[in-house]
Design a protein. Structure first.
Length: 172
């Protein structure tokens, strides 16, 4: 492998990792809106909440795969297979994984250990904290120091929460 090929491979790996993180952040924001919407509902039980969280997660994942595959067909004139398909599945996997935390908390609520609304709001809080942590990490990676990292985390958490609130208010 030449140095140019190695650089290209490293660049492609970085692009895939960036796309994976983007989907993780998008899934986190989307799941905040789903669990807040469920918490606001008066007639939700644990089974219905779990079904909604799972359906939202699987629906988003399938939509991402369909869009990725369609874009690949348009650009390359063929279905994605092999390495390209594995990359698509890797990049979109956070859309499925975003359901795990809320489903665990919904399961805990089904045992009676906490109320369903508390479980859903806790899931939303954990996801907001996740956005904060990613924002802090991004701030650290930018080299701005602790204060800058904390500010970046707060801004990312606030923006993610605002987007989730808009999505919730719009019924999405």
């Amino acid at each position: 492998m030449t140095e140019h090929q190695a650089d290209a491979a490293a660049g492609a790996g970085a692009e895939t990792a960036a796309a994976h993180l983007k989907e993780r952040l998008y899934a986190t924001i989307t799941m905040i809106s789903v669990v807040i919407g469920l918490a606001a509902g008066a007639h939700t039980d644990a089974f219905g909440a779990a079904a909604t969280v799972l359906t939202a997660s699987v629906g988003l994942w399938l939509a991402a795969l369909v869009a990725d595959q369609q874009a690949h067909r348009v650009l390359h004139g063929a279905l994605a297979r092999g390495r390209e398909l594995r990359a698509m599945l890797f990049v979109s996997s956070p859309l499925l994984l975003s359901a795990v935390g809320p489903l665990v908390l919904i399961g805990v609520s089904a045992t009676g250990a906490m109320g369903l609304r508390t479980a859903l709001l806790t899931a939303a809080g954990v996801n907001v904290a996740t956005l904060f942590a990613w924002g802090c990490y991004g701030g650290i990676r930018m080299g701005g120091g602790t204060a800058f990292a904390l500010l970046a985390g707060a801004i990312d958490a606030a923006i993610g929460t605002a987007v989730a609130a808009v999505k919730t208010a719009a019924g999405h």
